[in-house]
Design a protein around this ligand. Structure first.
Ligand SMILES: Cc1cc2nc3c(=O)[nH]c(=O)nc-3n(C[C@H](O)[C@H](O)[C@H](O)COP(=O)(O)OP(=O)(O)OC[C@H]3O[C@@H](n4cnc5c(N)ncnc54)[C@H](O)[C@@H]3O)c2cc1C
Ligand code: SF4
Length: 542
């Protein structure tokens, strides 16, 4: 987004990218049938979400380790490709709400942002117009409506979920995904093939190479250095950033690009690593770290799942239920935390249906009532149960805490000799109680639909099934913004307090996690920061 907005404003931009070029229009496996591969779509080491997934990267990358403090666990998903994880994300595109920017004022926990929803709203609007998303106007207090295109109608199993949610008084509304249902800025509308995670050949969903990088390249002002691993932001004697040193991965050579302004957007934690590694006589603790807060207060979304077998969906007539590549309905947070034993909310994502069969079967046929067997009976059972599984994923707000942070590991370097991150991680009681509530809610929904649980619900001994830190891949913080230079890395424009020509444009500046997926806010903040840079340059202040 920064490359897009800055080239539109007339700046010459060099984009340093650790991975190769990747464009869905050229590289996507959108139209491949599972039977065209002997693996039938099963995941591989490099494609953890399935063989056809548009990802280069994963929770482990050869030659690029990260470490964890003894007794703690944090899993870090890293992308190494143009556009990063926007090539294969879920496209759930939610705005943070007015309460999300001022939680400390409301309940005393965490911290307030130095900006309010009203500061970001114009940029959310611009992102909505530029990229496009569908949804429905609901006027909910902390789930701001966007400039939505019409949403697709619920699929059969989603209608069953909606009935159950209505019975239980759980708000259930059309989902909000950055998939266009009307032609937008030269891109055709979605044709409902259901394969978004593979990358869209028609550019009908949002991935940054197709929707932002291509128009940036068309200005003639963008140069992409692919397969270039940034090592350090360099500074001059006055403490201003002078450019970036990087490794040319093809040759292993060290190189350097000079720049008047540096925008770091390598993903929240990788940006923190880059700044922590940018040590000099002027900045012995890492660049922009006079507060000591760099690397601190990292968060991830809380997560837990449960699925059920719903007999009334069994023996369904085979029909095309593809839709968009993602849920058509979801449940935003619907309760008042003041009446509960945990302080922050979660939303519920819904899955199931009769998509193209691939490797594996809904958690394994042996989990279904009467499951297992051989030959004809087994085939009949597959047909009977196919499409009768419905699952729920809770995605909730974690409150930043002192025990969850990253730092440079003094003993470990990657294949290029760059020091790596070491993680410290702790869920608090707030998150564990929230996940218990998720599990109880999922069970109630499954029972309300007349179903049975496909696996055991979370229990106290496994912290109610809370996913390990980092597993929901919404890591945020580490370069947080704030009103006080002693307690934050960046000011309200995502500009480093200590280095006025250094900016951060990823999830690092976030002060709180919210119960929303973060990427729409990352895009809006990046656009806001880029417009600020352009404005400051015009005024000669940068
Ligand atoms: C399977 C999956 C589903 C998701 N679903 C959703 C969703 O539905 N909604 C949502 O809001 N979010 C979702 N997310 C999260 C979302 O993808 C991220 O929030 C978003 O992509 C973050 O953008 P980013 O630019 O900060 O980082 P990234 O997308 O990770 O991009 C970082 C870029 O920096 C490059 N890079 C890293 N280090 C260096 C270096 N040292 N030198 C040079 N380049 C470097 C990488 O190659 C990459 O191109 C999902 C993620 C995954 C993996
Ligand atoms: S579902 Fe729509 S947006 Fe997604 S890959 Fe298919 S055509 Fe593209």
């Amino acid at each position: 987004m920064a490359a897009y907005a800055l080239t539109q404003a007339g700046a010459n931009v060099v984009l340093i990218e650790a991975g190769p070029l990747w464009y869905a229009t050229e590289n996507s496996k959108m139209l491949m049938w599972p039977y065209q591969s002997p693996r039938r779509g099963a995941s591989t080491k490099d494609h953890g979400f399935g063989e056809f997934d548009a990802a280069i990267g994963g929770f482990s990358i050869e030659g690029e380790p990260y470490t964890r403090a003894p007794g703690t666990r944090f899993d870090w998903f890293r992308s190494r490709m143009l556009g990063g994880r926007t090539n294969h994300w879920g496209r759930i595109s939610l705005r943070f709400g007015p309460y999300d920017f001022r939680r400390k004022s409301l309940d005393g926990l965490g911290d307030d942002w130095p900006i309010r929803y009203e500061d970001v709203k114009p940029y959310y609007d611009k992102v909505d117009r530029l990229i496009g998303l569908f949804g429905s106007k609901e006027n909910l207090p902390n789930e701001p409506d966007g400039l939505f295109q019409p949403p697709p109608r619920p699929r059969c199993y989603e209608l069953v979920v909606k009935q159950a949610a209505d019975k239980l008084n759980i708000t259930c509304i059309p989902s909000r995904l950055s998939i266009i249902t009307k032609p937008t800025n030269g891109r055709p509308a979605c044709h409902y093939c259901g394969q978004c995670y593979r990358g869209c050949l028609t550019n009908s969903n949002f991935s940054s190479p197709s929707v932002l990088i291509k128009p940036a390249l068309a200005t003639g002002k963008l140069t992409i250095l692919a397969n270039a691993m940034a090592r350090e932001v360099t500074v001059d004697a006055k403490g201003l950033a002078t450019g970036v040193s990087y490794i040319d991965k093809a040759t292993g050579e060290d190189r350097r690009i000079p720049a008047r302004i540096v925008v770091v957007a390598a993903s929240a934690l990788e940006s923190a690593r880059l700044l922590l590694n940018s040590k000099s006589a002027l900045f012995p603790n890492g660049l922009a770290n006079s507060s000591g807060v760099l690397g601190k207060y990292i968060t991830d979304t809380t997560g837990s799942d449960l699925a059920g077998f719903i007999p009334r969906l069994a023996d369904g007539l085979p029909h095309n239920e593809d839709g968009v590549g993602g849920m058509h309905l979801y449940m935003p947070w619907w309760l008042d935390n003041k009446k509960l034993d945990f302080p922050r909310g979660y939303h519920i994502e819904v899955w199931g249906g009769r998509g193209v069969p691939s490797y594996g079967f809904g958690g394994g046929i042996q989990s279904y009532p009467g499951g297992g067997g051989y030959g004809k009976d087994l085939k009949a059972l597959y047909r009977h149960t196919y499409g009768a599984m419905v699952g729920f994923s809770g995605r909730g707000e974690m409150i930043p805490n002192d025990d969850s942070y990253c730092e440079i590991d003094p003993d470990t370097v990657d294949r290029w000799g760059i020091p790596v991150l070491r993680f410290h991680w702790k869920w608090s009681e707030h998150e564990i109680k929230q996940v218990k509530h998720m599990q109880d809610t999922f069970e109630a929904l499954i029972l309300q639909m007349g179903g049975t649980l496909l696996w055991k619900k979370g229990a106290p001994e496994n912290d109610y099934g809370i996913a390990p830190g980092g597993r929901i891949i919404h890591e945020l913080g580490a370069t947080r913004m704030g009103a006080d230079p002693k307690k934050s890395v960046l000011n309200a424009h995502c500009q480093a307090w200590d280095v006025k020509n250094l900016f951060v444009a990823d999830g690092g500046p976030f002060v709180s996690q919210a119960d929303k997926n973060p990427t729409w806010t990352i895009l809006a903040l990046s656009l806001r920061t880029s417009e600020y840079i352009a404005d400051q340059m015009k005024q000669g202040a940068l």
